[in-house]
Design a protein around this ligand. Structure first.
Ligand SMILES: [Cu+2]
Length: 295
C-alpha cells in the first residue's frame, strides 16, 4: 500500500512538473493551490464566495477541533477525569441546531444570488453555439453564420502518438493549443448555447468562472463578458472517451474592432449561406471506436 502511494505521488509530481515546465506557459504558477479569480465579473463573484465560505469553514474548524483538543487533553483519564453521566440537554440541542441553520442560510444567500446572475443570459449581444464532439469542439456564430471545428493543434497531436520520437518538452503549449481558437469580442455579453453530438462533454474555461455540460439532445446556456483581451485556456471536463484529454479549449478575446475584422474575414472565407452551416455541423462524423454511451 505504501509502495503504491509513493509511486502515485511520484507520477503526480512528474506530471505536474511536465505540465508546468512548458515554455511560454510561465504564467501557470506551480504552487497556486487556490481557485482562480478569473477575468469576468461572475468569476470574481464565484471567487469571493469561495473565499468567504472557506474562511467560515476555517473558523468552524478551529473552534470545533480546538474544543475537542482542549477536552481531550484537559480531561484525560490519567489526570483522574471521570465521565459525567448525562443523556440529554434540550438547550444544547436547540442551540446546536439553530446556529448551523443560520450559518447555512448565510452561505446559501450570496451563493444563490451569484447562481441567478450566472443563469441570466438576457440582453446578450451575440450568441455562439458550442458543440462537443469526440474529440473536438464545434463553434458556430449564430448571428453571422460563421462556423468551424477546433481541434488539438497538429504539433501536439503528432508528438503524442505512440513512438513519435518527438519530445513533448520541445512543443510549446503541448496538449494545450488548438488549431483554431474560439474568438470573442472584449467587453461584450456573449451568450453560449452548449450541446453535444455524440456523448456528454463539458466546456470549461476556469477564467470564465463556470463549467457547462454539453449533452446530446439538450441545449444548455451560459454567458460571459470579458473586459480585457487575452488568451484563456480550458479543457473538456467530462470523461468522454479515449481522447478526452486531447480536446483542449482556447478562447481568444480580441478588442471589439479587431473582432469585427476577424469575423468579416471568416465570413468571406466561409462563403456558406447560414442555412447550410447547421447541416454541415451535424454531419460531423463520430469516431467509430467511440465509447457508446459513457459521457
Ligand atoms: Cu469531451
Amino acid at each position: 500500500m505504501k509502495r503504491i502511494g509513493t509511486k502515485m505521488m511520484r507520477l503526480a509530481l512528474a506530471a505536474s512538473a511536465l505540465a508546468f515546465s512548458l515554455p511560454g506557459f510561465a504564467a501557470v504558477d506551480r504552487w497556486k493551490l487556490n481557485m482562480t479569480p478569473g477575468v469576468t465579473e461572475v468569476s470574481q463573484q464565484v471567487y469571493d464566495i469561495h473565499m468567504i465560505i472557506l474562511w467560515i469553514c476555517v473558523v468552524i474548524g478551529v473552534l470545533v477541533f480546538g474544543a475537542m483538543g482542549y477536552a481531550i487533553f484537559k480531561f484525560r483519564k490519567s489526570k483522574g477525569a471521570v465521565a459525567e453521566k448525562w443523556s440529554h440537554n434540550d438547550k444544547a440541542e436547540i442551540v446546536l441546531t439553530v446556529i448551523p441553520v443560520l450559518i447555512l442560510v448565510a452561505m446559501a444567500w450570496p451563493a444563490t444570488k451569484v447562481l441567478i446572475n450566472m443563469a441570466d443570459t438576457r440582453n446578450a449581444e451575440m450568441t455562439i453555439e458550442i458543440t462537443g464532439y469526440q474529440w473536438k469542439w464545434g463553434y458556430r456564430y449564430v448571428d453571422s453564420g460563421v462556423s468551424f471545428i477546433s481541434s488539438l493543434d497538429r504539433q501536439s497531436d503528432d508528438t503524442r502518438q505512440l513512438g513519435s520520437g518527438m519530445d513533448p518538452k520541445s512543443v510549446p503549449g503541448y496538449l494545450l493549443n488548438v488549431d483554431r481558437p474560439l474568438v470573442i469580442p472584449a467587453d461584450t455579453k456573449v451568450r453560449f448555447v452548449i450541446t453535444a453530438a455524440d456523448v456528454i462533454h463539458a466546456w470549461w474555461v476556469p477564467a470564465l468562472g463556470w463549467k457547462q455540460d454539453a449533452i446530446p439532445g439538450i441545449i444548455n446556456d451560459q454567458w460571459t463578458l470579458v473586459k480585457e483581451p487575452g488568451i484563456y485556456r480550458g479543457q473538456c471536463a467530462e470523461l468522454c472517451g479515449k481522447d478526452h484529454g486531447f480536446m483542449p479549449i482556447v478562447v481568444e478575446v480580441k478588442p471589439k474592432a479587431e473582432f469585427e475584422q476577424w469575423l468579416a474575414a471568416q465570413q468571406a472565407a466561409n462563403d456558406v449561406p447560414a442555412a447550410n452551416i447547421a447541416a454541415t455541423d451535424t454531419a460531423e462524423p463520430a469516431a467509430a471506436d467511440a465509447a457508446p454511451t459513457q459521457g
